[in-house]
Design a protein around this ligand. Structure first.
Ligand SMILES: [Zn+2]
Length: 272
């Protein structure tokens, strides 16, 4: 599933194609893939795309009059730019034709993703970010997690929940926790401010390294130019359950936390 680095890489590779581009028309090929279902997509015709924005795993595309589309890639969603004359790949559910002759195509075999329409960017933010998502993980500081001293729950579940910090999924949570030596089962209220600071630094380091590599491609993920990311080769724990820890040599443990397969080192990542 695409997480922050992958969605950011899609945004970065989409931006040169869409900024300043004029929308010719927007088409929904799969009913149910757009919210609201009867959104007035025709109002986008002739508008110029002026900005892209990402918060967590959500990607926004804003037009000159404020109309905004929000894309969520879900499990297998892919947002690609392509010349309009090329055949449509299977599972293409949404197309934005640009007057340049390029198309922005959203395909999604498993359909956990989707497209949301908003008449203004403010309405998009109100519905999709404020009160729904925590701070974007790239801007996370220890102060954003100060409420944890009185909070319930365990570390991995809180990080996956998106309300404390947005953008992390199974891969980057496991990687960051291994890096800073915290167990996924740690109760967040037990974390000292010093350990929270270490966690924040580990999250930033893992995300920045992945961004430099263009994100992680396990199978489906491609950026908007169709290229895979290279960070899978740098994963330290994710997908390595049962194999030796790169730090201590113990076999990495696998267990299910918050409904997700979790890999960690019992020796290097102590519960607190
Ligand atoms: Zn270890």
């Amino acid at each position: 599933m695409p997480e922050l680095p992958e969605v950011e890489e899609v945004r970065r590779t989409l931006e040169p194609v869409v900024i300043g581009a004029v929308v010719a028309r927007v088409r929904l090929l799969r009913p149910g893939y757009l919210t609201p279902p009867r959104a007035p997509l025709v109002h986008l015709n002739g508008r110029t795309v002026v900005a892209t924005h990402r918060h967590g795993k959500k990607l926004f595309c804003r037009c000159d009059d404020g109309q905004t589309l929000m894309f969520h890639l879900g499990m297998s969603g892919r947002l690609e730019s392509s010349p309009a004359h090329l055949p449509l790949p299977p599972h293409t559910h949404f197309i934005m034709d640009l007057t340049s002759g390029l198309q922005i195509r959203m395909r999604d075999p498993r359909r956990f993703g989707g497209v949301w329409y908003y008449p203004s960017f403010e309405k998009a933010c109100a519905a999709e970010i404020h009160g729904v998502l925590g701070v974007d993980a790239l801007h996370l500081t220890a102060a954003h997690l100060s409420h944890w001293s009185a909070a319930r729950g365990r570390l991995k579940a809180r990080l996956l929940g998106q309300r404390d910090v947005a953008g992390l999924g199974n891969i980057y949570v496991d990687e960051a926790l291994w890096l800073c030596g915290l167990s996924p089962l740690t109760l967040v209220r037990r974390l000292s401010s010093n350990l929270i600071q270490k966690l924040v630094e580990a999250i930033h380091l893992v995300l920045q390294k992945s961004l430099s590599a263009g994100g992680t491609t396990l199978r489906d993920y491609r950026n908007a130019a169709g290229q895979p990311g290279g960070f899978a080769a740098s994963l330290q724990v994710y997908g390595r359950g049962g194999r030796p820890c790169f730090r201590c040599g113990d076999n990495l443990k696998m267990l299910v936390v918050a409904g997700r397969t979790t890999v960690y080192c019992r020796h290097c990542q102590k519960s607190r």
